[in-house]
Structure formats: structure tokens, C-alpha cells
Design a binder for this molecule. Structure first.
Ligand SMILES: [Zn+2]
Ligand SMILES: [Zn+2]
Length: 401
């Protein structure tokens, strides 16, 4: 018969629970109650304290016989930091990294981050791609022991710690320096050469090619990640980390993208722009979009047109955005002289010259082509003015026109 049952109640076990029952119950409760998971810190502390007492056979027998009062009499209330106990149970960082700044134990191997450059075409259509990555796996021959049973010995040079503390005299000061143990190369243990596993040569792990099938979903964006849980390096006594694939969007030569909106520019000859016709835009899949300009309709240079629903698909429901087209009208370099009367007939009359008061002298001047340097100068000057316009599209100016 136990005197009190509050601690058992906190862990939701009966007073005859075994040590492993207690451990299981605490893990379950602690995971749920951990303050980093939004749990109540006070309750977490209480549950942890209950476990601390009940998992210690000596404290448990005091509690069973005399209850909490008995524990405080025997000075057993000291208690440890609940965070420490939690870390002991779950290892270093625990199952969800808390930023407590505590040193992380060798619990989980490093995540492997791999960047994959994906074309806009593949992001538009979606794609499955195979990726071969090399990783360490536990040696099957020795089961990760590195040698025959009993061949592994604790390094006597560093007492298994893998490091040695050296003291160095620096004038009046003594400096402590940590060094990897040279006897065991920081491993903390040694295996005689003849006892080493022939497959891994005592390293406990061997290198293996790991084939991963990466599903690039339609509409994915640069910067998104695809995680393969536990596919990183294996190591004895550690949980393998994850392989994290980071998508990088390859710049496209004709399309720019912002979320589900696509931008492109297209050149249209002046006859089509003024008299109708058609132009075509090769899309990111196996289609080309034919755009008709009806006779009588005029396409202005730099006009912005939209083709609805021909942008990128959204990732969730594959709902497409719009495709924006900036029209670039191609002007001829020169005009045959006999076509000029026809143009004069077809186009609106020339604008009359602006009239000035008599005090203004009219002076005829020549214009010449601007050279490359002058183009740059002009672009920089004009860009300053355009900052205020707040355009929704990245500039698509050609500097070398
Ligand atoms: Zn050593
Ligand atoms: Zn081996």
C-alpha cells in the first residue's frame, strides 16, 4: 500500500508501474507538456519532478512509504532542472529543437542540404527527377561496432572522452586548451588493427549511393524545400538527419516569374501592329500561343497585354495566374521613298510645329546616333525619373538597342 498517489497520478500510471512504464508515460506527457510546444511550464515542472522521484528506486520507496513529506524530510527535494532531465531522456536537442542554447549531444546526424536547379519549364509542368547522393550507412558486417565483439576498448589516453585538456603557460597565466585525443583521433575508443572489421576498417560506417526520387510539383518556387526524413548519414547511436532538397529556379531567357504571374515581351512588326495579323508565343509546355490582332486594332509600342490563366499554376490547386506580354513594335530601319505618299494617305496628318512668340529664334540642327556610353548615361538618367512610377513589372529595357 502506498501512502500517496499524486505523483503516479501526474504521470497517469498506477502505483505498481514498472520502471519502463514510468519512462514511457513520462516521455508521452513531457512531449505534450513541453513549454516549447506551448505546454504549461508549471505542470511540466511538476510532472518532471514526479518522474525524477519515481524513477529513482530509493526516492520512490521513501515516497511510497511516507509521501511527499517523507521526501522533504530526507532532503530528496533538491531536484534537477526539468530541462536537463528532458534532455537526458531524449538526447541533446530533443525531438523538436528548442533554442535553449544547450550543447547538442551526438543524437542526430547533420542534415544534408542539396540544391537542385530547376528550369521554369519543369516548375510549370512538374517533374520527377532522380538524385544520387552519397551517404554513410551503418556497416552491415559489424553492425556498426567497428570490429569483433569486445574488440572495441575505451581509449585509455583520454578515458573515452575523445579530447585532452592541455595546460599552457602564457606568462603569468595558465591557459587551458582542448585538443582531440591523438591516440583515438577524438573517437574515445580504439580497436586493435587485427580486430578491425574488414568492411569498414573500424569506421563503423560505409559509404553508399542513395537514390532519391524528387517530386518537383507543378508551381513550386525557388527557395522551397523537399525533405527526406532520416536519409542523411547514419552513425552508431544516432538518429540519421534529413536530406533537404532546396529548389532553385533557373532564370529563363524569355519568361520572368512572380508567384503565379508570368511576364514576357514579344516583338511585333509594324505592319501587324498597325494593320492587324498575328504573333506567337512559345509557352513553357508543348504549346505555342497564337495571338490575333484584328484589322483596325492598333498595337502600341510598349503596350502591356494580358492572356488570362496562362501564367504559372499555383502549387496547391494548380490554378493558373496570368501571362503579361509587353509589346515591342519593330520599326523598319528606313522607308522606300515611293511608299511615303501611301503612308501619308493612310496615317493621320503630321502634327504642325509648335508656334513660338517672335522673340524665339528658330535654329535648324542635326541629330546623330547615340553611342553605347551615351545610351548608358541616358538609361541611368531616365531610370531616376521612372522610380516614381511604381511599375508592377521588372524593367524589360534593352540597353543595346
Ligand atoms: Zn583517446
Ligand atoms: Zn564494419
Amino acid at each position: 500500500m502506498v501512502k500517496e498517489t499524486r505523483y503516479y497520478g501526474l504521470l497517469e500510471v498506477t502505483p505498481n508501474a514498472s520502471e519502463s512504464d514510468l519512462k514511457k508515460a513520462y516521455r508521452k506527457k513531457a512531449l505534450r507538456l513541453h513549454p516549447d510546444k506551448g505546454g504549461d511550464p508549471e505542470l511540466f515542472k511538476e510532472v518532471t519532478h514526479a518522474y525524477e522521484v519515481l524513477s529513482d528506486p530509493q526516492k520512490r520507496s521513501i515516497y511510497d512509504a511516507r509521501g511527499e513529506a517523507g521526501l522533504s524530510e530526507s532532503g530528496g527535494m533538491g531536484g534537477m532542472d526539468p530541462q536537463d532531465l528532458f534532455s537526458q531522456l531524449f538526447g541533446g536537442g530533443g525531438p523538436f529543437g528548442f533554442g535553449g542554447g544547450r550543447p547538442q549531444g551526438p543524437r542526430k546526424t547533420k542534415d544534408l542540404v542539396h540544391r537542385v536547379t530547376v528550369s521554369l519549364e519543369d516548375l510549370y509542368r512538374g517533374k520527377v527527377t532522380k538524385l544520387a547522393l552519397t551517404r554513410n550507412i551503418i556497416c552491415g558486417k559489424c553492425g556498426g561496432k567497428g570490429g569483433k565483439e569486445g574488440a572495441v576498448r575505451t581509449c585509455s589516453n583520454c578515458n573515452g572522452r575523445g579530447i585532452r585538456i592541455m595546460l599552457r603557460q602564457m606568462g603569468p597565466m595558465v591557459q587551458q586548451i582542448q585538443q582531440a585525443c591523438d591516440e583515438c583521433q577524438g573517437a574515445g575508443e580504439v580497436i586493435n588493427a587485427k580486430d578491425r572489421c574488414p568492411d569498414c576498417r573500424g569506421k563503423k560506417v560505409i559509404s553508399e549511393k542513395n537514390m532519391l526520387e524528387v517530386h518537383i510539383d507543378k508551381g513550386m518556387k525557388g527557395g522551397q524545400t523537399i525533405t527526406f526524413r532520416g536519409e542523411s548519414d547514419q552513425a552508431p547511436g544516432a538518429v540519421p538527419g534529413d536530406v533537404v532538397i532546396v529548389i532553385e529556379e533557373k532564370p529563363h531567357e524569355r519568361f520572368k516569374r512572380r508567384d503565379t504571374t508570368l511576364f514576357t515581351k514579344t516583338e511585333v512588326d509594324i505592319l501587324t501592329a498597325l494593320a492587324g495579323g498575328q504573333f506567337v508565343i512559345k509557352h513553357l509546355d508543348d504549346r505555342a500561343l497564337v495571338v490575333k490582332i484584328h484589322p483596325g486594332e492598333v498595337l502600341r509600342h510598349n503596350a502591356l497585354k494580358v492572356i488570362p490563366s496562362e501564367g504559372m499554376p499555383s502549387q496547391r490547386h494548380h490554378e493558373p495566374g496570368d501571362l503579361f506580354i509587353r509589346i515591342q513594335v519593330e520599326f523598319p530601319d528606313s522607308m522606300p521613298l515611293d511608299s511615303i505618299p501611301l503612308l501619308e494617305k493612310a496615317l493621320p496628318a503630321r502634327k504642325p510645329l509648335e508656334q513660338f512668340p517672335k522673340s524665339i529664334m528658330l535654329e535648324e540642327v542635326e541629330v546623330v546616333e547615340a553611342d553605347a556610353r551615351q545610351h548608358e548615361l541616358a538609361d541611368a538618367g531616365e531610370a531616376m525619373d521612372e522610380d516614381h512610377e511604381g511599375e508592377s513589372e521588372p524593367r524589360t529595357q534593352c540597353a543595346n538597342q
